[in-house]
Design a protein around this ligand. Sequence first.
Ligand SMILES: Cc1cc2nc3c(=O)[nH]c(=O)nc-3n(C[C@H](O)[C@H](O)[C@H](O)COP(=O)(O)O)c2cc1C
Length: 207
Amino acid sequence: MGSLSKTDSFLEAVKDRRSLYALAAESPVPDSRIEEIVKHAVTWAPSTYNVQSARAVVVFKENHHKLWDIVKKHMADVPLEGGMRGYMDGRIAAWRSSYGTVLWFEDQTALDGLAEKNPMIGGMLTEWSDHSSGMHQFIVWTALESEGLGANLQHMNFHPGITAEIKSTWDLPEAWKLKAQLVFGKPQEEAKEKTFEPIEKRVLVKA
Ligand SMILES: Cc1cc2nc3c(=O)[nH]c(=O)nc-3n(C[C@H](O)[C@H](O)[C@H](O)COP(=O)(O)O)c2cc1C
């Protein structure tokens, strides 16, 4: 049996990362391995001028439940039409009954410090910090799935009440801007079939 090259193993892992939504509150790996993966991503993912503004909070067990209870509480104030209420309640219940969540933040204090030193790039820093946060999220999402977990990426930070209560619950600095929530657990289903736009339209090569 031939072994994959380092590049091919990486590309396989990239392909194997999918959005999985039916997740049990179990993990095939110890929590310490999940922590190690998040720390690895936060150490090695690139950031603008090496500003290292990414922050992550990993919640398990009652902290994970607390997170999704906060989301449920605040979502009750959001007007939802027709079947959307039941749909949203179902989604929140599924996130809550998963194994854990990585909360992704960007530290505005670090970004402001960089903008002060480099006024020329100040106007770009929010966008670049989002790019860098996405890279961190992708690394962890891909690595967790390589470990046999499933994950899906959420953005409940659109709601200021959710963001505020998350920060007060875990005593997080005001300057940490919540960007995304990566929910993970033991997969209970295969990923849905994915369709693709023609690659020729999406990648142009000018040799
Ligand atoms: C920047 C970004 C934001 C996303 N936001 C959400 C989200 O808020 N909720 C969700 O269920 N999926 C979200 N997704 C997942 C996408 O819907 C999913 O990646 C896409 O449909 C392709 O499916 P795959 O992840 O299985 O390859 C997001 C993905 C990206 C890259």
